[in-house]
Design a protein around this ligand. Structure first.
Ligand code: SAH
Ligand code: TYD
Length: 408
């Protein structure tokens, strides 16, 4: 189902944008030369619903334009993320006492970064993944995957064909889905009475704090908070009973979700819920301030790039992230400003960045390029990349962080 712009996708309340980022290409839409002419753009405006407080991109492209057989994001590119999801899987298997009689369903299973751990532990699992190229990668790891968009209909089919789930996982996925009500209606049908859903995504509170506005793009059409998520869950007889924060992707919140009343809420969940309200996530002035801080961050980056260019020094990009499309296009940076972006994903190398068409080169070539400055678009992988590229700073290179601040 598609939605009318101007109304909240969760509760249908009228919404009005507090910020306009201008015309945006699809964040993961890396192109070959022959794709330039037909590149798709949408108007990226953001709003916060005054009724359910969901932070959302107002108008987004058809999901089939974003998730298909040429999807560019391969989750297992980062060793830190591989380890993070291995630890998560091992803990869930222990805590929920999962075994060969259990069922785990994961949506957005991507290249199998998480489900491979359940396959290894012999816990039955199934992935739902509409991007068929990454789904194929997961299958090569022995994972059962359906090439589908998860929604109420898919959930009903799963219940009929494989039964109800003990565990439902959605990491970095629930902010990608336009018809989120249909997803939670599906979760309601699919979860066993004492089943648990684990959702993890970049947290609104961290984005506001770091001014990491590059977390916003069509695929990341929501920035969830405890408040907004609990409002949508309440519509479906579900609720959060526990949370955990972590530093991945610039600050994520993990939500543990169950049928209403199935488990008692934890202290830390109640505490964080109050804390975010005190931080102002329900107040319009918070978002007005955020907009001003984004403009300030944009001007700072644009000035820094101009200064570097005027001084004749060499500047490149590092990490052809989907996030970088928001920064590059909002700041109107071009190939003249950044001649290339280095990245370790085979699929992106040899292609061009969305919108500005900056060439993406293999990360191994970064050392030979010897730039004076590198804009670290993958700032969320700072430690992993800085360890890999130790020589860069040693020989006087400087990372430029394109957002307000790095997470501490
Ligand atoms: N879970 C991985 C990958 C997240 S990327 C991680 O945490 O790193 C988001 C994934 O969600 C993509 O692979 C995309 O194809 C998938 N996706 C988008 N819409 C979906 C939907 N309706 N149902 C299931 N998966 C979806
Ligand atoms: P990421 O920040 O995870 O996500 P998104 O695309 O959603 O913004 O993307 C990381 C990108 O950085 C990905 O294209 C791979 C690249 N990368 C490297 O080039 N080297 C590395 O060491 C790591 C960890 C990532």
């Amino acid at each position: 189902m598609r939605f009318k712009p101007g109304f909240c996708r969760i509760c249908d309340h009228p919404i009005s944008p507090f910020m306009d980022f201008g015309d945006m290409p699809i964040g993961n839409g890396f192109l070959s030369l022959d794709g330039f002419e037909t590149e798709y753009f949408y108007k990226m405006k953001v709003a916060v619903c005054e009724r359910c407080f969901t932070f959302q991109v107002v108008e987004v492209p058809d999901p089939k334009k974003m998730f298909h057989s040429n999807y560019a994001y391969f989750a297992s590119t980062s060793h830190y993320m591989v380890k993070h999801f291995q630890e998560m899987s091992e803990r869930l298997i222990d805590d929920l006492k999962l075994d060969e009689n259990s069922l785990v369903v994961e949506i957005g299973c991507n290249d199998g970064i998480t489900l491979k751990n359940f396959v290894e532990a012999r816990v039955p699992s199934i992935g739902i993944e509409p991007s068929s190229n990454v789904a194929e990668k997961a299958r090569s790891k022995g994972i059962k995957v359906l090439d589908k968009f998860f929604n109420l209909e898919t959930a009903n089919t799963l219940v009929e064909e494989v039964g109800n789930a003990d565990l439902f996982i959605a990491t970095n996925t629930m902010h990608h889905i336009e018809d989120i009500n249909s997803v939670f209606a599906g979760v309601k049908e699919l979860l066993k009475p004492k089943g648990v859903m684990v959702q993890e995504d970049p947290y609104l509170g961290d984005m506001l704090k770091l001014v990491s506005y590059d977390q916003i793009y069509a695929e990341h059409m929501y920035l969830w908070s405890i408040t907004s998520l609990n409002n949508v869950l309440a519509r479906h007889g579900l609720e959060i009973f526990d949370i955990e924060r972590n530093k991945f992707h610039g600050g994520c919140m993990r939500y543990y979700i169950c049928h209403k009343g199935a488990f008692s809420p934890t202290e830390q969940f109640l505490k964080q819920q109050n804390k975010e309200v005190k931080l102002g996530i329900k107040e319009a002035k918070t978002y007005h301030k955020f907009r001003l801080m984004c403009e300030e961050s944009r001007d700072k980056l644009v000035n820094k790039v101009s200064e570097i260019r005027e001084s004749g020094k060499k500047i490149v990009g590092y990490g052809a992230t989907a996030k970088s499309a928001t920064i590059i296009n909002y700041c109107n940076l071009t190939c003249e400003d950044i001649p290339c972006i280095f990245d370790s994903t085979d699929f992106k190398q040899g292609k061009y960045s969305p919108g500005a068409h900056i060439p993406v080169l293999p990360a191994e070539q970064f050392k030979d390029e010897k730039p004076d400055f590198a804009i670290l678009f993958a700032w969320n992988h700072f430690k992993e990349i800085n360890d890999k590229e130790k020589d860069f700073e040693r020989y006087g290179g400087e990372w430029v962080i394109p957002i307000g601040q790095l997470p501490k």
